[in-house]
Design a binder for this molecule. Structure first.
Ligand code: SAM
Length: 233
């Protein structure tokens, strides 16, 4: 996706990008490529692919939620998708980036420093450990391409405030929805929106699901990772 098309496609989802934000994304791209030579941060390095599959794709969350000055947590952010892109585009967001891989967290801190981003923190932890102690703190929790939906819900929902949202950014999700009703009941959440679409140009399939948290999460969740993996709720 070249820059002209990137700008055009963003307009279709009501995003008017500024010259400064374009410059920030360009700097982010350069850092990603530079650091990717030292550590494997992403397999997508071609510039037009990064603009489509990382930058534009991260911003498709705007199809399902408006962003302004909420507290947002991105679980399994990797090299910063969608969290860093959202922070660049919505500087009033208070962003927490979580990833279990130290080298990715080190990269995120470099980006934050070089781009002079404020009110953004990086936590190098497994999400199921973080959410054991940090309860009901975020207006929005999201994740893109991290784990099966059931696992994500169990360790993401404790972090969400009552009346806040969890947004899953997924590909084809049909199989992952089997048995999800039990998760909705036990974690006190309700699916309130689902959007399916294809990415421009390469047409890969995307699903966004929005859950609303209706009451506090029982302290027994999340269970230990082995249990999460072994036994469905
Ligand atoms: N969200 C990014 C993206 O869309 O490009 C990265 C996706 S990458 C496939 C998955 C990332 O999630 C990895 O960086 C991995 O370290 C992290 N991850 C997986 N399980 C996790 C967990 N339970 N807690 C924290 N990070 C996790």
């Amino acid at each position: 996706m070249n820059k002209e098309l990137f700008i055009e496609e963003l307009k279709k989802i009501d995003i008017n990008i500024t010259d400064y934000q374009l410059e920030q994304l360009e700097n982010y791209y350069n850092l990603l490529i530079e650091e990717n030579k030292k550590y494997n941060l992403t397999s997508i390095t071609n510039k037009e692919d990064v603009y489509l599959k990382h930058f534009y794709d991260s911003l498709t969350i705007l199809k399902i939620i408006k962003l302004n000055n909420q507290a947002l947590c991105d679980i399994g952010t990797g090299a910063g998708f969608p969290g860093i892109v959202l922070k660049i585009m919505y500087p009033n967001l208070k962003v927490t980036l979580i990833d279990s891989t130290l080298k990715k967290c080190n990269f995120l801190n470099i980006v934050i420093e070089k781009l002079k981003l404020k009110e953004i923190e990086v936590i190098n932890k497994r999400a199921e450990i973080y959410s054991k102690n940090v309860r009901e703190k975020y207006d929005i929790v999201t994740s893109r391409a991290v784990a099966p939906l059931k696992h994500l819900l169990e360790y993401s929902i404790p972090l969400v405030k009552v009346n806040g949202y969890y947004i899953a950014m997924k590909g084809n999700i049909k199989e992952e929805l089997i048995g999800i009703n039990n998760y909705e009941k036990k974690l006190n959440i309700k699916e309130i929106d689902r959007i399916e679409f294809n990415l421009p140009i390469e047409n890969s399939y995307r699903t966004l699901i929005k859950y609303k948290k209706t009451s506090p999460t029982n302290l027994i969740y999340p269970r230990k990772y082995n249990e999460i993996k072994k036994k469905n709720l």
